[in-house]
Design a protein around this ligand. Structure first.
Ligand SMILES: [Zn+2]
Length: 144
């Protein structure tokens, strides 16, 4: 029997976003505050390889999302990029503004791709920015 779930979350595997040894779990804590159960799908760089059409990546992500959509009947998919992502290092951003702009473009592209693949599912795009002065603590913002 399938177990129904409210949402799926696609995000980066970066340890700073997940369970830390001192107790903080940024992604889990954020969705707990929203009162949302979720399937968790992690990839290095989140949806970077999807929007750049890396061979094999979209099939793997779509397979995992397909389990969430078809088996768990999720209606909402959250895509969560983050600042200072190691998988984006090759861009060698000249500024923080350039880095954030690239992520915003990628999140919007991913929303379009995923919503066209899974009809009736809404994609919410979020971005985890570093707290001022911190290299491992984030705050979440929604990307329209
Ligand atoms: Zn990352």
């Amino acid at each position: 029997m399938a177990h129904l779930c409210e949402a799926a979350v696609v995000t980066c595997e970066d340890f700073r976003l997940h369970q830390r040894k001192y107790g903080r779990n940024f992604i889990a804590d954020y969705f707990k505050r929203l009162d949302v159960d979720f399937d968790l799908i992690t990839r290095a760089g989140c949806i970077q390889d999807l929007v750049r059409a890396q061979p094999g990546f979209d099939e793997a992500l779509f397979r995992d999302l397909g389990v969430s959509v078809n088996l768990h009947r999720v209606k909402k998919i959250y895509v969560v990029g983050h600042e200072d992502c190691g998988a984006y290092a090759h861009f060698q951003f000249a500024s923080r503004a350039a880095e954030l702009a690239q992520h915003q473009r990628d999140l919007k592209d991913a929303r379009r791709i995923i919503e066209s693949k899974f009809g009736g599912v809404r994609v919410v795009t979020l971005f985890a920015e570093l707290e001022p002065g911190s290299s491992d603590r984030f705050v979440m913002t929604e990307v329209q």
